[in-house]
Design a protein around this ligand. Sequence first.
Ligand code: GSH
Length: 201
Amino acid sequence: MKKIDLYDHPLSGNCYKVRLLLNQLNIKFNSIIIDVFKGQNREKFFKEINPAMKIPVLDDEGFVINESNAILIYLAEKYPSNFIPKALKERAELFSWLLYNKTSVDPFLAKARAIKKFFPSDKQNLSELALLQKEGHKALELIDKHLVNKNFFLTNYSIADISMYPYIKLSYEGEIELKNYKNILKWIENIEKTSDFVTIY
Ligand SMILES: N[C@@H](CCC(=O)N[C@@H](CS)C(=O)NCC(=O)O)C(=O)O
C-alpha cells in the first residue's frame, strides 16, 4: 500500500499548495499536523525530517522533500499530468514564475499576512508591514499586467497558478486589497473553477 505523508498545517498557504495539487491529482495522502504555533517544527523529531524546520514536507514512501514549490515540481513530474508543461521554453517560463513566486511574491504577501493575522497588536511592526505591502503591490501590479487576456500564468492551468494562488488569495489578511487588479480577480475565479479544487479555508 503506497503511503504519502504531508507534514502540514491548515493555516499554512505553502502547505495548501501541496494539498491542492495532491487533491487535483487524485492522490490520497496522510496529513500530519505540525503545530508551528507551539514550536513543534523546532522539536528534535521534526528537525530530523527537515533541518530547515519548516512545513510543508512530503514523505513519499521514504523519499523526503521540502520547499513547497519543489514539492509541486516533484509531484507534477512523478504523476503524468498537464500541471507541468512538456515543451522546453514553456517549462522555462514555469520555473521563472515559481522562482518569482518565492523571491518576490510570497515573502511579502505571506509576511504581511502573518503580521496582521498571527502577531499580537503590540508585536506588529507597522513600518515593516508598510514596506511589505508596498513590495507586495509591486508584484501584484506586474502579475496583473501579465494576466491581461490570459486565463492562467501559462497557456494552461499549471503549478505556476497553484504556487501563486494561496498568498494572493489571502492577501487581504495582510491588508493588501486586490480590488484594482481586475485580471488577478478573474484569474482567481478561473482557478476556483478548476476540477477538484479545494477551498483554502
Ligand atoms: N520556502 C518555504 C517556506 C516554508 C514556510 O515558511 N513554512 C512556514 C509555514 S507556511 C513554517 O514552517 N513556519 C514555521 C517557522 O518558520 O517557524 C516553502 O515554500 O515551503
